[in-house]
Design a protein around this ligand. Structure first.
Ligand code: NFC
Length: 574
């Protein structure tokens, strides 16, 4: 029997536009895969000639999901180029904003973006709410746990179905044999899907207070645009005072509570029914991992002793050799475009981002080479030509996986205490060995652990901020080098970050006071990358190989693995 071609386009419940193609053999096992970013906006081109102090506000618009992280990376890049030291309060507030982003983003991912890959919403209709209540009370102390509460949610769901409009739950593969949860846990999951929709709004109030708004909170080259005055007593002002400090602490505590009482227990309860997914979807996960490191304890210090999230790369599964990642080394990070819709002067040579070029070259048109179908109805993109708006970043020539799995595993290998304790406890609770992390479900577990860690970090940063201010430091920004007349004629910098989906860098070249070149290499660019010059598959592509698909025209398994990376194509292509 001939191989089957399966196309998922668009892959939904993600940010941006992703197309996945998979080839299934006669046993419905995936033997080839292709990842395509189908949209490009050109932020790097738009930035040329602009004031570098404004760049954060442009690049922040790359994405509304990982909101703020591009801005953080951009201000770090410009500060690195201009040699600006930021104040301690600014470092703490930036860390607080980033920990807030992670907590909200990972929570949103688990329920809204990934949950429907594991939870069969329609099955929840046949659950016994009393049993769901018993399960809830056995796994956590979450207050909303009565049979009446779950019955009320189930009745709401029934009303959706009776009206023939499933709304946010429409168009999924309900009833697919890949769903394994009993109806009562499905009801638990749907209930928390709805609860977390409300709760995530609470978390991001932190951004509204210290960053002015969410999405797209405000950043500032030199610090944070967030005045501090603890002697102010009002709740209406825009100052950080004791009133707002107490509010921030309350948000942090309720975030810890929600993740500990809802997200994490649900994750542990659900994984027990999907243990086979600890052996599926690994791809590059047990081979090549990449992290830049973030959450510096000390302002402007991205050295190992300062970072909460690690810097390091693993190649070929050598976990006893964590290699240092240097974003400034011209030989480490390079982007290739052989299979991407861009032109380079030397097509098969990679470019370090400081030398990077973004020159779009959408050359669909060679029928039979680039695609099958018609120009307006493409049935199949072929790998012997360009097939994506995503470039192919490589580290020392290797395709890499980045993100929560990479961070947790690299931190674990480095024996970093926070992560080691979280991972050991989770593995014991789940009853699986450490190798289980190198999989689709391992990725999802690592993200849950990171959410726990980041909620805790939120509280620690609020405490640290308060202590620092009370010690007499109310400085939030250093404006010494604000004026372009103080800048060198030409300079360059890099902004190193860890975003929720993985390693993020923005590289800038500034000349005569304006941006000469700007390049972003983004977590989803690493993970959703197409093939490179050597034909090496990107992380999404590699992760699908070997996956059995139960029903070829309901590729739930493709969604599970691809969603486990939490794709953001708006970021990937920018
Ligand atoms: Ni959008 Fe972002 C992408 C993240 O990969 N995290 O760098 C940013 O989005 O989700």
């Amino acid at each position: 029997m001939a191989n089957k071609k399966v196309v998922v386009d668009p892959v939904t419940r993600i940010e941006g536009h992703l197309r996945m193609q998979a080839v299934l053999d006669e046993n419905n096992v995936i033997v080839d895969a292709m990842s395509t970013g189908t949209m490009w906006r050109g932020l790097e081109v738009i930035l040329k000639g602009r004031d570098p102090r404004d760049a954060w506000a442009f690049v922040e618009r790359v994405c509304g999901v990982c909101t703020g992280i591009h801005a953080l990376s951009a201000v770090r890049a410009v500060e690195d180029a201009l040699g600006i030291q930021i104040p301690k309060n600014a470092n703490i507030i930036r860390n607080l904003m980033n920990a807030t982003l992670y907590s909200q983003d990972h929570l949103t991912h688990f329920y809204q973006l990934h949950g429907c890959d594991w939870i069969d919403v329609v099955s929840a209709l046949s659950a016994d709410p009393k049993k769901t209540s018993e399960i809830q009370q056995s796994i956590s102390t979450h207050a909303l746990s009565s049979p009446a509460y779950f019955k009320e949610v189930q009745d709401r769901l029934k009303a959706f179905v009776a009206s023939g409009q499933l709304g946010i739950f429409a168009n999924a593969y309900w009833g697919n044999p890949g769903y394994k949860l009993p109806p009562e846990i499905n009801l638990l999951g749907v209930t928390h899907y709805l609860e977390s929709l409300d709760f995530q709004r609470e978390i991001v109030k932190v951004h509204a207070i210290v960053g002015g708004k969410n999405p797209h909170p405000n950043y500032l080259v030199g610090g944070v645009p967030c005045p501090i005055n603890m002697s102010d007593t009002g709740a209406q002002g825009i100052m950080i005072n004791q009133v707002w400090m107490n509010f921030l602490r309350d948000v942090a505590k309720s975030t810890i509570r929600f993740i500990d009482e809802v997200y994490y227990p649900d994750l542990i309860a659900m994984q027990a029914y999907y243990k086979d997914w600890y052996k599926i979807g690994g791809g590059l996960a047990n081979k090549n991992l990449l992290c830049y490191g973030d959450f510096p304890a000390y302002a402007n210090d991205m050295s190992e002793k300062s970072l909460v999230m690690p810097n390091g790369a693993v190649i070929d599964g050598k976990f006893d050799q964590i290699l240092p990642v240097d974003l400034k080394d011209p030989n480490q990070i390079k982007e290739f475009v052989d299979h991407s819709w861009y032109s380079y002067p030397k097509p098969d040579e990679g470019l370090h981002p400081w030398e990077g070029i973004t020159d779009p070259n959408f050359d669909l048109g060679k029928a039979g080479v680039d695609y099958e179908g018609t120009k307006t109805d493409i049935k199949w993109l072929t790998t012997n030509a360009r097939y994506s708006w995503i470039k192919a970043p490589r580290w020392n020539g290797h395709a890499m996986e980045t993100g929560p799995l990479a961070r947790m595993v690299v931190a674990y290998a480095k024996k970093m205490p926070r992560q080691k304790e979280l991972v050991d406890r989770a593995l014991a609770q789940a009853g699986v060995p450490v190798e289980a992390l190198f999989s689709t479900l391992g990725r999802t577990l690592c993200r849950g652990l990171e959410a726990k860690m980041c909620a805790q970090l939120m509280l620690e940063y609020v405490d640290e901020l308060e202590a620092n201010i009370k010690a007499g430091d109310e400085v939030a920004a250093n404006m010494d080098k604000w004026e372009p007349s103080t800048w060198p004629k030409e300079c360059k910098g890099v902004g190193q970050c860890e975003a929720p989906r993985g390693a993020l860098g923005h590289w800038c070249v500034i000349k005569d006071g304006v941006i000469e070149n700007w390049q972003a290499v983004v977590p989803s660019t690493w993970n959703a990358s197409p093939r490179d010059t050597k034909g090496q598959l990107g992380a999404y592509e590699a992760a699908l190989l070997g996956t059995p698909v139960a029903v070829a025209d309901q590729p739930l398994e493709i969604l599970r693995t691809i969603h486990s990376f939490d794709p953001c194509l708006a970021c990937a292509t920018h």
